[in-house]
Design a protein around this ligand. Structure first.
Ligand code: G3H
Ligand code: 13P
Ligand code: ZN
Length: 302
């Protein structure tokens, strides 16, 4: 069932278990994610990036997610990942997203507050949650410019001020994780080391200062024990994209190699969807989201 994100994320769960926000990009990745949620009786957030919106179209991808979600009896919430375009956010709200991320983290503090506040005012009027980001979480291209991680990390006191000033519902924090897997092997080595050393002390301080659920982006490649420790320190949502993409890719390539005679796209893609589902199920179990579908508060579905 398609539900508001507020039914999945609440103060009671914080510290006990977390919900993954998996990025989808098409029918197959959506099916893999939702089948994993069904198999594990778990709540799940399905999210789209701006890149996916450009690739698939807003109406198209939203319709796929909503239709797949409505066919199952586990709670699925629809969320927009990193977005700095207010006009696009308005369109997403109009098509039924129950949560949007306004990512103004590349701007200075004042500008971040200004845009985030404006989005919160608009979204809350329509019953939609807003996630924002403080500190900088870099992506595949831009993260190579990093000299020292410290100045990019979320400051706990500033985070408390930011939440109070903006009224956001969830906060994405920068505590050492990064998006994606860099192609350059040397950079990849540095990234892996960084992800293995999530700044749990900083996370603990942020959790003490900030009373809303925290979101950890760039969760692919973060070691399992760090993920578990992050849950204890206030992370309620883990954004996971790359690990699913890698699983999809591996299964697809193997299928093509093993079965060169296959030309039906459905037969080519089915094992890839299954591979992605398997990875999504592992993540649901790791976050202890399995068997939590029944705990979701009863309110009307969307
Ligand atoms: O936040 C980053 C996500 O992994 C989205 O990536 O822009 O390639 O869809 P994308
Ligand atoms: P990964 O690709 O590193 O899992 O990051 C995903 C993410 O943070 C999406 O917002
Ligand atoms: Zn992210």
């Amino acid at each position: 069932m398609l539900v508001h994100i507020g039914r999945l994320i609440n103060k009671k769960m914080v510290g006990k278990y977390a919900v993954p926000a998996f990025n989808t990009s098409n029918l197959e990745t959506t099916q893999g994610i939702i089948r994993a949620a069904v198999a594990q009786k778990a709540p799940v957030i399905v999210q789209t990036s701006v890149g996916t919106i450009e690739y698939a179209g807003i109406e198209e991808i939203a319709a796929i997610i909503k239709a797949e979600a409505r066919e199952v009896d586990v709670p699925i919430a629809l969320h927009q990942d990193h977005c700095k375009d207010f006009d696009l956010i308005k369109k997403l709200i109009a098509v039924g997203y129950s949560s949007v991320m306004v990512d103004a983290s590349a701007l200075d503090y004042k500008e971040n507050v200004k845009l985030t506040k404006a989005v919160v005012a608009y979204a809350h009027k329509r019953g939609v949650w807003v996630q924002a980001e403080l500190g900088r979480l870099l992506g595949n291209e831009d993260w190579q410019t990093v000299k020292s991680g410290d100045d990019l990390m979320t400051d706990p006191k500033q985070a408390a001020k930011f939440v109070q000033e903006t009224g956001v519902d969830t906060l994405a924090v920068a505590v050492g994780s990064f998006h994606g897997i860099p192609v350059n092997p040397q950079i990849r080595k540095i990234l892996t080391t960084l992800k293995e050393h999530i700044d749990l002390h900083r996370l603990k301080l942020i959790h003490e200062h900030v009373k809303i659920p925290l979101v950890l982006h760039g969760a692919s490649g973060v070691p399992d024990h760090q993920m578990v420790a992050a849950i204890k320190n206030g992370v309620a949502v883990f954004n996971i994209d790359t690990d699913l993409r890698v699983a999809f890719n591996k299964s697809l390539r193997k299928n093509i190699k093993d079965n060169p005679q296959i030309y039906d796209p459905r037969k080519l893609l089915r094992p890839a969807t299954d591979g992605l589902q398997k990875m999504a199920e592992q993540k649901l179990k790791l976050l202890k989201a399995n068997n939590k579908a029944k705990l979701i508060i009863k309110k009307p579905t969307l």
